[in-house]
Design a protein around this ligand. Structure first.
Ligand SMILES: *[C@@H]1O[C@H](CO)[C@@H](O)[C@H](O)[C@H]1NC(C)=O
Length: 470
């Protein structure tokens, strides 16, 4: 079986929001007999979650050292290690891995390379060795649809100004709200159209990827956003495969015993709360909130009068006492839990006391929330998050916190959104819709079918000269 399904190299971008879905896809493919070589830098490989023992002999982790780039602080190998403005240097270092990647291909000959659009040079490198390559999008199909065809990405012939990014593009043939907020548009427009310190723009990377790869995979399914999945094939003029949502695997959930002493208080507190009463607040590992934002969130949680669990990164260069508004922790004692650093997010989400999530609306965290049927209070921060938030509002399973013109948000807006989604009678349908989403998001058979179909395609692909259809 293993030889039949071949050998796939995975080469994700150096961000955990990308590496983890690539690893999840690796595990899904390995479980069906595909051999995987997962390539990243040494420190990232060390920080990956452990490979399940039953798959260990099929998933090989391969380290390629990150070339040094002057301004990049030592040991910074992932976006999580860097402030936003330095990420362009990480891209530069990542581009520098091309030579080592080529040497790897001289030693191993995979049947396919799955890569991220940041590594837009992969198709050319792979072609030298006669190896096909496919772009695996960790973004939703709605996000890809919004970004558009390679031609549009390269030339911006239709979207010539930032404000054009605040409305659905005309290639979406149905009413859509998926677009950026006005306060985000200028930054996104800049990223898409203007070269950074690497000499190329994100739009150029994505356009080149889409033009030169053999086909496209997207972490998505027809059942949730089929209308967007279906546009992609036409936009790209090549096969596009949804590989399912790669939902969390409850079997692999953290064994709580491993961190019992640290988390037992939190879970016994949760045990005492009414079903679906607690809001879970988290901004992912990349979330770097300003002190102002933390204050507005804290006051918003306080004003909402709802029980909450808030996980956040330990602030750098600021004492925890100075992070929150004065007296916040005292005033919310017993009603709220604040946890710093890594948290067993799956286990918290799975707890019956959780009734909703206040998230940054990264695609991965949305999938985790709706897996448990939790409605979302959406506070998108960067990149594709703004588009995901609109998608969820469109699907009736989330509510986006209102923003001021400059993009800031107030404690009142946070409190109001929290109460709407968690308890307000008016939004009962939103809670119901989110709960119904479990039939899609938690349907393991459905997502396994997508993996099976992809593997079948892969088997046929190998025996075809010019595969044109799925
Ligand atoms: C882009 O924005 C400008 C200014 O608002 C507008 O005139 C133009 O029609 C927009 N283009 C598209 C394709 O929406």
């Amino acid at each position: 079986m293993a030889t039949k399904h071949g050998h796939v190299i995975m080469f994700p971008w150096l961000a955990f929001g990308h590496m983890l879905p690539f690893l999840e896809l690796s595990k899904n493919l390995a479980a069906k007999g595909v051999r995987i070589s997962f390539v990243s830098t040494p420190r990232n490989i060390q920080r990956l979650p452990p490979i399940p023992p039953n798959l260990a002999d099929r998933i090989k982790l391969i380290e390629i050292p990150l070339p040094s780039v002057d301004v990049l602080p030592e040991n910074s190998e992932a976006t999580i290690d860097l402030p936003l403005e330095q990420i362009q240097y990480l891209k530069k270092a990542y581009d520098g891995m091309q030579g080592a990647f080529e040497r790897l291909l001289q030693q191993v000959s995979p049947d396919l390379i799955l890569f991220d659009f940041i590594a837009y040079w992969i198709p050319e490198t792979a072609a030298k060795f006669g190896v096909p390559s496919a772009f695996f999008s960790v973004f939703s199909a709605a996000t890809l649809t919004f970004l558009g065809s390679p031609v549009e990405l390269r030339s911006s012939s239709r979207r010539t100004r930032p404000e054009n990014l605040t409305v659905a593009p005309d290639w979406v043939p149905f009413p859509s709200h998926v677009a950026f907020r006005p306060d985000q548009a200028a930054q996104i427009f800049q990223n898409l159209n203007f070269p950074d310190k690497t000499g190329v723009s994100s739009g150029y990377r994505l356009a080149t990827t889409l033009e030169c790869c053999n086909f496209v995979l997207v972490r998505s399914c027809e059942e949730f956003e089929g209308e967007y999945v279906n546009i992609l094939q036409e936009l790209y003029q090549k096969p596009v495969f949804p590989v399912g949502l790669l939902p969390p695997n409850p079997v692999e959930m953290t064994s709580l015993s491993a961190c019992k002493s640290k988390w037992s208080d939190t879970f016994s507190w949760l045990d005492k709360q009414a079903p679906k009463s607690v809001v879970f607040v988290g901004f992912g590992s990349e979330g770097k909130l300003t002190t102002d934002q933390v204050h507005e969130l804290a006051f918003g949680l306080e004003f909402s009068a709802l029980p909450f669990i808030w996980t956040l990164r330990k602030p750098e260069g600021i004492a925890i006492a100075d992070l929150f508004p004065w007296g916040f922790e005292d005033r919310t004692t017993g009603r709220g839990m604040v946890c710093f650093g890594w948290a067993p997010q799956q286990d918290i989400l799975a707890h019956p006391a959780i009734g909703g999530c206040l998230f940054h609306s990264g695609w991965g965290s949305i999938i985790e929330s709706l897996y448990y049927g939790h409605p979302l209070i959406l506070l998108p921060m960067m990149a594709d998050q703004g588009l995901n938030a609109r998608l969820l509002v469109e699907k009736g399973t989330g509510f986006e916190v209102e923003r001021n013109e400059d993009g800031s948000f107030t404690r009142e807006a946070v409190a109001k959104s929290l109460r709407l989604v968690m308890v307000d009678q008016k939004e009962e349908s939103l809670r119901l819709k989110a709960d119904q989403m479990r039939t899609i998001f938690a349907n393991h058979d459905l997502h396994e079918d997508y993996i099976n179909r992809f593997i079948q395609y892969l088997d046929n692909y190998k025996s075809m000269e010019h595969p044109m259809s799925i």
